[in-house]
Ligand binder design. Structure first.
Ligand SMILES: Cc1ncc(COP(=O)(O)O)c(C=O)c1O
Length: 390
């Protein structure tokens, strides 16, 4: 089955749908049994998708977990109330006091904060590494290194990592390879084909796709699924069936949405390339993006999210640019149908293993599903306002 067909059918087993197209929304805390035998049987099967108690999942969450596992691969998928909860819980499922983890320097900022503020307090040490380290990761692995965490491309700065090389070396040292695969979305990067053991996504972004639900997923290989699943349960993680329903609905159109996001983003990025104010296009499909060769080798496509750096400007000009946009609203997210923008003047404060040398601000765009010519026109007129303040 081709990927687009798979997405349409994923998780739509008769037992979750009751013969209609979409799995139903099963709201439940209590599941009731009429006989001791029925209750014991549910208890015995609790590690499989079985109605036992609401926190263990209902038919809606079983349908979504199945669908995510079909999309990303792996043996099973644990669900969390946000992408950040998926990251933090996936990590905590596999570390104990005295362990060490390797965290990519371009990780999503709250992932760093979790390492610095929560893991550190629990006696788990974090070393940050250059996203482009490749085989050099070996020099940072210690006897107590338990996890090598990747995010590719990186948040804000978009470096693409050599996932298979890092995975191979990590496995030689018995480390677990975890990846934040939110940008790849399970479609354009297949984590388990490249040595990843646990793949995490903020389903909040492209899976949901409509900016109206917070949701996280962690999918794992056969080897690590039982420990991830059990820890997720022990930590009391569960998600709302209404949110999961929306996520399942969003997922059905992800393939067509991503193709349009990709096509429009490439057009905008190419237009930006010709702008005199733009220094570097940080879009994985562009040669100027660090790690572009790994994107070309390992990804089947891109999406609407990329960044670019300016070769001039100051805070006032940046503010005039951002305030001057009308289709691009400012927002700390991406992956919905709408265009978004973020202006960043202090990348350096988010990095510790690498040095950010760009002198002028960075702008991150999420290219939505509006007509791309309207978006280019919007950026064009915002550059006029930018130039007036230089
Ligand atoms: C790459 C990446 N990972 C994880 C997250 C966290 O997801 P959530 O906002 O659902 O906690 C985000 C959110 O922006 C993200 O961009």
């Amino acid at each position: 089955m081709k990927q687009d067909t798979k997405i349409i059918n994923a998780g739509r087993k008769d037992k979750w749908t009751n013969g209609v197209v979409n799995p139903s929304v099963t709201r439940a805390s209590t599941v009731v049994f009429n006989t001791v035998d029925e209750m014991n049987s549910a208890l015995k099967n609790r590690h499989k998708p079985t109605m036992l108690y609401g926190r263990r999942g209902t038919t809606t969450s079983f349908a979504f977990s199945d669908a995510m596992t079909e999309l990303e691969g792996g043996a099973g998928c644990a669900l969390y109330p946000s992408g950040t909860a998926a990251i933090t819980n996936a990590i905590i499922s596999f570390v104990k006091s005295g362990d060490h983890i390797l965290m990519v320097d371009s990780a999503y900022e709250p992932t760093r904060d979790y390492c610095d503020k929560i893991l550190a307090k629990m006696g788990v040490e974090t070393t940050y590494y250059d996203p482009l380290i490749g085989a050099g990761i070996e020099d940072l692995i210690k006897a107590n290194t338990r996890i090598v965490f990747l995010e590719s491309p990186g948040s804000i700065t978009m470096e693409v990592q050599d996932v298979p090389t890092i995975s191979e070396i990590a496995h030689q040292h018995d480390c677990i390879v975890m990846l934040d695969n939110t940008w790849g979305a399970g479609l354009n990067f297949k984590p388990f084909d490249y040595g990843v053991d646990v793949s995490v996504q903020a389903a909040t972004k492209y899976i949901v796709g409509h900016s109206d639900v917070m949701l996280g997923t962690a999918t794992a290989t056969e080897k690590y699924w039982p420990q991830l699943r059990d820890n997720s349960y022990l930590m009391g993680q569960c998600t709302s069936p209404d949110d999961l329903y929306l996520a399942l609905r969003g997922m059905r159109t992800i393939a067509v949405r991503l193709k349009q996001h990709e096509q429009s983003a490439l057009k905008v990025a190419n237009w930006l390339k010709s702008r005199p104010e733009v220094a570097t296009i940080l879009h994985p499909a562009f040669e100027s993006c660090p790690g572009h060769e790994f994107f070309k080798r390992d990804f089947t496509g891109s999406n609407g999210l990329f960044s670019f750096t300016l070769n001039c400007g100051n805070r006032t000009a940046l503010t005039a640019f951002l305030d001057g946009l009308s289709h691009f609203k400012m927002g700390y997210s991406w992956g919905g149908f709408e265009s978004l923008v973020l202006g960043i003047t202090s990348v350096d404060s988010m990095r510790s293993a690498t040095k950010w040398t760009a002198k002028y601000p960075l702008i991150r765009l999420h290219i939505g599903l509006e007509d791309v010519d309207d978006l280019i026109e919007d950026l064009n007129q915002a550059f006029v306002k930018f130039n007036e303040k230089l």
